[in-house]
Design a protein around this ligand. Structure first.
Ligand code: UDP
Length: 505
């Protein structure tokens, strides 16, 4: 034990070591947390980061995966390295009920969601109640709040305290939560001849921030099924009121005003993000690398060598995340835009991102040529590393929340090209609140627009965007450093989990 009296004379590093030693001394090995993410890349990789952070603090972790995701993590992620680094982490799996060749991306992701909601309960219950030799019983359940009712129900049945984790922004979560208020005040539904620039005034903490077009994509459309879908979404979100606490991958300086409104309903919100940066700061040695946790495709590291040979901030990185799909026509328009901008680009084109090639579909020679000169295309990139690379000057993104946070933490300005779900909210947030980029939503994404926006971001307005991006990155990284809000909140979360886990004998 380190005597308190010496603390005043310690360097920052010594103080951090002392805190770690103190935490280790307090460690109990009788806390066993089950973590259940929605079986999709963005959710799995984020909740695996939380699993690693908790394992670092001595908790036993059982991570629940579908067989499909687990198989892919095994194939594309570095599972062996992960298990070696975190011996208190184990995986348990169950079937997702879909045929192996089901795409599980784009529109088809809905099937997966429905199947889990209808059939996963007995599997989850069985895992929560199972007793592993040499480990305590599971005494805390951290579940993806996207399966709100399902997970609350199982937790109540088995009598294990539950905490919800949401992988979306606080702003988006709060928008879903406020849907009933939007109906009551006639701000929803969006009518057939709606002015999409009409300002939404009644979301507490975000008054006047959104226009109709910035609401989650589920708000679009006029039929009774839209009203039903929105109300279901709000109900599912409100299930989190029954969880003991809510964990969000965000930080106080980014979404403070929304968070203070949320806390009037959810007294225990732990903001611990950006999680990828947080995991890096919590690891004892900076030389340790985080094992890859991709369940989408094999990471193509050749792009890092290519980036090493590019000038400072000269490359625009282009990625549309793990599930968004697009037509071949749109892909070609974006490609022309990139090539015509004359900027260097690194582009992730997942094999399942566009439909199958039609007979006669040929890539025009000028695109092949332009790519050879200034571009690099991969099927899957080590995105966090890419965004942190000194050659990256901008990011053309679909505005998924993980990609947004990774870009904000790396100080990289964005062009936002949202397609569904929370992406419309995030793109507004990036362009209007953080002022670190351009929002491309609801405009025809043709080659001229892409070319102009890329040049705007990388040249004409580069200085302004870069300055704002640097400021946000500073706040993000400060939040996960010792003494920062996310750092302290994780310590608070760890204490809280320890205390509620004691309720299970
Ligand atoms: N990602 C990656 N390599 C790629 C493309 C994406 O590692 O080539 C990761 C990215 O870093 C992010 C996640 O995939 O963590 C995508 O999550 P996001 O929430 O941005 O979008 P989603 O895939 O859920 O739509």
């Amino acid at each position: 034990m380190i005597p308190i009296i010496y603390e005043a004379y310690m360097s920052k590093a010594q103080k951090e070591n002392a805190t770690r030693a103190k935490m280790k001394a307090e460690e109990t090995t009788d806390t066993h947390v089950a973590i259940f993410p929605c079986p999709a890349q963005g959710h799995v990789s984020t909740m695996l980061k939380l699993a690693q952070l908790l394992a670092l603090h001595g908790f036993h972790i059982t991570f629940l995966n579908t067989d499909f995701i687990h198989h892919r993590l095994h194939r594309f992620g570095d599972l062996e390295a992960l298990l070696q680094t975190y011996p208190s982490l184990q995986f348990k799996t169950f079937p997702d009920g879909l045929p192996h060749h089901h795409p599980r991306s784009g529109q088809s992701a809905v099937d997966l969601f429905q199947y889990i909601n209808l059939h996963a309960k007995p599997h989850i219950r069985h895992i929560l109640l199972s007793q592993d030799p040499g480990k305590p019983k599971i005494n805390c359940f951290i579940a993806d709040g996207v399966f709100g009712a399902l997970t609350i129900d199982v937790a109540h049945q088995v009598g294990i305290p539950i905490i919800h984790f949401r992988t979306i922004s606080a702003s988006c979560f709060w928008t879903y939560f406020c849907v009933p208020n939007l109906f009551q005040s006639n701000q929803l539904p969006i009518t057939g001849d709606e002015d999409m620039d009409r300002v939404i005034t009644c979301i507490p903490g975000m008054e006047n921030m959104f226009r109709c077009r910035d609401l989650p994509s589920f708000s679009r459309g006029t039929g009774s099924e839209i009203v039903y879908a929105l109300n279901s979404l709000a109900l599912e979100t409100r299930e989190s009121l029954q969880a003991r606490a809510l964990i969000l991958n965000t930080f106080e300086d980014l979404e403070g005003s929304v968070l203070s409104q949320m806390r009037l309903q959810f007294p225990r919100v732990f903001t611990i993000g950006p999680l990828h940066a947080h995991l890096n700061t919590r690891k004892e040695s900076n030389t340790e690398t985080t094992p890859s946790t991709s369940c989408v495709g094999e990471v193509d590291r050749r792009c890092m060598t290519w980036l090493d040979s590019q000038p400072l901030k000269s490359v625009i990185y282009v990625s549309f995340g793990s599930i968004a799909t697009m037509t071949r026509e749109k892909l070609i328009e974006i490609w022309y835009g990139l090539v015509n901008s004359k900027k260097r680009f690194l582009w992730v084109v997942r094999p399942d991102m566009v439909g199958p090639k039609e007979n006669g579909d040929r890539v025009p020679a000028e695109l092949e040529e332009g790519t050879k000169e200034r571009g690099f295309i991969v099927g899957w990139a080590p995105q966090e590393e890419v965004l942190a690379h000194k050659a990256i000057g901008g990011f053309l993104t679909h505005s998924g929340w993980n990609s947004t946070l990774e870009s904000l933490a790396a100080g990289v300005p964005m062009i936002c090209c949202p397609s569904f779900g929370d992406q419309h909210v995030n793109s507004r947030f990036v362009s209007e609140v953080c002022k670190v980029g351009l929002d491309m939503k609801d405009v025809a994404c043709d080659r001229n627009l892409v070319e102009n926006m890329v040049n705007d971001l990388m040249d004409h307005r580069n200085e302004v965007f870069l300055n704002s991006a640097r400021e946000v990155a500073l706040l993000a990284n400060r939040s996960v450093s010792s003494g920062g809000s996310s750092y302290s909140n994780l310590d608070g979360l760890i204490q809280y989990i320890r205390s509620i886990s004691q309720e299970i004998i």
